[in-house]
Design a protein around this ligand. Sequence first.
Ligand code: ADP
Ligand code: MG
Length: 721
Amino acid sequence: MYKSLCKLEQTFAIFTVHHIVMGDILEQEIKYLKGVGPKRADLFQRELGIATCRDLLYYFPFKYIDRSKFYNINEIDTTQAFIQVRGKITGFRMEGQRFRQRLIGIFTDGTGVLELVWFRGLQWVTGNYPLNTEYVAFGRPSYYGGKLSIAHPELEKADKEDSLMYSPLQPQYSLTEKLKNSFISSKTIHRMIGQVIQQVTKMTETLPVNLLKKLKLMDLDEAIRNMHYPESHDKLRKATYRLKFEELFYIQLNILGQKNKRQSFSQGIVFSRVGDNLNSFYRNKLGFELTNAQKKVVREIRKDLGSGKQMNRLLQGDVGSGKTLVALMAMLIALDNGYQACLMAPTELLANQHYKTIAGFLEGMGISILLLTGSTRKSERELLHEQLLSGELHILIGTHALLEDTVKFSSLGLVIIDEQHRFGVAQRARLWKKNDRAPHVLVMTATPIPRTLAMTLYGDLDISVIDELPPGRKPIQTIHYYESKRLVLFGFMRKQIREGRQIYIVYPLIRESERMDYVALEEGYEAIVRAFPPPEYCVVCVHGQMKAEDREAGMQMFIRNQAQIMVATTVIEVGVDIPNATVMIIENAERFGLSQLHQLRGRVGRGADQSYCILMTSYKLTREARKRIETMVQTNDGFEIAETDLKLRGPGDLEGTQQSGMPFDLKLANLAQDGQVLQFARDMAMDVLAGDPDLSGTDNQILRIQLRRLLKSETDWSAIS
Ligand code: ADP
Ligand code: MG
């Protein structure tokens, strides 16, 4: 009895202690760790954003070096990246002159001899590594002066292998220059993590137990330990999977939760009628058949509009695939049901163009349509505001100006947003607050987004894709030329101009090198004018540093076919639609990203004539630049290009990621590689929400808590930057 009481007390004592320690250690600042202190802690905070011990445990290795294998010296050649050998140092010798001395340790395991070489800390080495003691030497082998050697090996006593600290898979943590300069190595970080792991009894689980069981996931404690001290390849794989799943799962839970919430708050306006406007447009105005892809998307949109739920749909399709037309048809449905519609574009130029196209299509139908941009005059504005509020105005097209509070609709039923990635989520939200009842929203983008990225960035939207171009388009031919082909290029340009075609020449403009870039543009322009002199030719130059009037004048000359060549920066990336322009020449193409190259190429190929995209580069190309150019030459498919782009750059650099408003700081998961895990995580999140939409079940408490924590840390982070 006494014994068992004692035992109970002990258990209890252990339990309490473990509770306190566990809570404490993870939230503790890392400066309290052995060998860290305030200065280093500060550095970790600034360089890696690591403040607490928990942050440290979530700083995962970027790779592991397999140290489960020992080599015999006679097996070593220099094809192995890293090797480890067990053996003894039989003697030291010095070589080289003063100041350039090196220390050589003769290392043998009985099968051969290996030289261990040090260039620094010579004294320390001889003092700390006694001869004829069993060591494990680890490093990158090479031949130097015909002898096998390892420079600055990691050397440890063979019997010192501390059972916790030792792992056959050695994690490598990435470091910044500043950390390296402060003598912090991957090993230093590993040791710090080791200290924390030894003190933590058990990490509190962050996924519901039922989910862990159902999906056979490793628990958090075991996963975190195995990330830093893998017991085996298999355990490491399971640990990685579990943590990746968790990361993606919470993102999806957040997005889908928001979507649910929005749909339950805001009842959708029901557009039940297909009325005169759409019918007469379709029969009398549309001079062609819709493509099958367009028909499919129109059906999807009509279904949304009649569903009683608010539509939030992303429409993806390459430039020229006919998105605008689909958007126009959706607007007509809104009008047929007695509602107004608006379309918001990212630039004035684009808004203008949409206005012209749409007004052209709707001519004679008795539909009132106006344009609102930053340069709309005050008097016009006042009239516009009035007509908008009285319901006299049916369709409003414009830029950000539409977001202003003074812009009030009488009955806004549909919002179309073109080129989504330039508007943030917050801006989207402002637009649909313009009504008591949230209007339907259709977002169009010509930047195809890989599925995995779309599920993450736009996971709250339904997605439609137009993956087919209208018939009769000839695929654009893309050609890569080095500088040496300049004269060939000029010949080709003359020929195109003789045939009546027009040509774009685009120069890169990057903020960091802006001044130099403008110089290159000016010089390029002058060279082109010399090669294509007036009066036979007319070359215009258009860029962002010009006065708006001058820019507009240049643009107009090109649009009216008074100029055959337009030299420009990427101001023409989105916008202008000139079917007669058939050649897009991109200078220094190696400096553009893939999606930008693809966007630029989309400026041509809009008419019936064969179009060309010519990528000019220097001979020196990085491996990635070469891959970008090759991809462009090989394919016109925007989705394929987007996938390659994602693989080359990683999602962090893709446009729009910063605007996602989601906890998007992925530590482990990679959207380019983990598509399957992502899909699975999304399905599971949907499952959970289907059973418990507001996560109020006891099993799901943990989800709410963790979600709140993740969102909070994300907000804090953005407040700092
Ligand atoms: P996007 O907005 O996707 O760039 P647009 O809607 O502007 O594409 O269409 C590009 C051009 O193709 C326009 O001139 C449009 O009138 C035309 N177009 C659209 N759909 C079709 C179709 N089904 N058949 C023929 N031409 C079409
Ligand atoms: Mg368009």
